[in-house]
Ligand binder design. Structure first.
Ligand code: VNL
Length: 193
């Protein structure tokens, strides 16, 4: 269900063809809501059927056509209603913490390998999010740039500011994961010697 809101969020920036939705998604809202294109295309069609988007056929190439998705007033309304709802939380389901609780069953080297993989994964995410913050800060991210072009001057600072705030939170969380996995490595050394 949340993919729908991620797509509505993206399409508040500009009308996009299916392919452009995928390209923009990857470099914007897809950082906070990952989804493969195999989910995106069918969801766009369902959203059109549900009246949240209208697909406008445009000529493409010599005799081709492509559809550009515009958010409808119903789509804007649905997005706003969701934004004004306090979300319910889902209980934790984290395979790494599940494994961490039972590391006495793992070979010490396998346990270390998992902790190192955790550090590597989160370090590379931190790097990507830092790059995203830079691209939001200097307004070079194409989705944000397009959004700002049509936004009233007085809204621009918050449009960028909330996105930067989001990545700062994700970076803090990832750094805490890295610290935790480092403590895990120390703990494994202590308990398995
Ligand atoms: C947008 C641009 C959103 C860049 C982003 O993440 C982002 C946007 C939520 O303008 O929708 O990284």
């Amino acid at each position: 269900m949340s993919l729908r809101y991620a797509l509505l969020a993206l399409l508040t920036s500009q009308p996009l063809t299916g392919y452009d939705v995928f390209k923009h998604f990857e470099h914007s809202v897809g950082y906070v809501w990952h989804a493969p294109d195999s989910q995106i295309y069918p969801e766009l069609r369902r959203m059109e059927k549900d009246g949240l988007l209208s697909g406008v056929e445009e000529p493409w190439g010599k005799k081709g056509k492509k559809k550009r998705y515009h958010i409808t007033p119903e789509g804007v309304e649905a997005f706003r209603a969701w934004m004004n709802t306090t979300l319910d939380y889902s209980r934790e389901r984290d395979p790494i913490h599940l494994k961490a609780a039972y590391l006495e069953w793992a070979d010490p080297d396998a346990a270390r390998a998992q902790m190192r993989a955790h550090i590597d994964y989160h370090s590379s995410r931190v790097q990507q999010w830092q790059e995203m913050i830079a691209a939001l800060d200097d307004r070079s991210n194409p989705t944000l740039a397009r959004r700002l072009e049509v936004a009233p001057e007085e809204d621009r600072a918050k449009i960028a500011g909330y996105k930067i705030f989001t990545y700062e939170g994700m970076i803090d969380r990832a750094k805490a994961e890295i610290e935790w996995a480092r403590r895990g490595l120390e703990l494994i050394d202590k308990l398995e010697s």
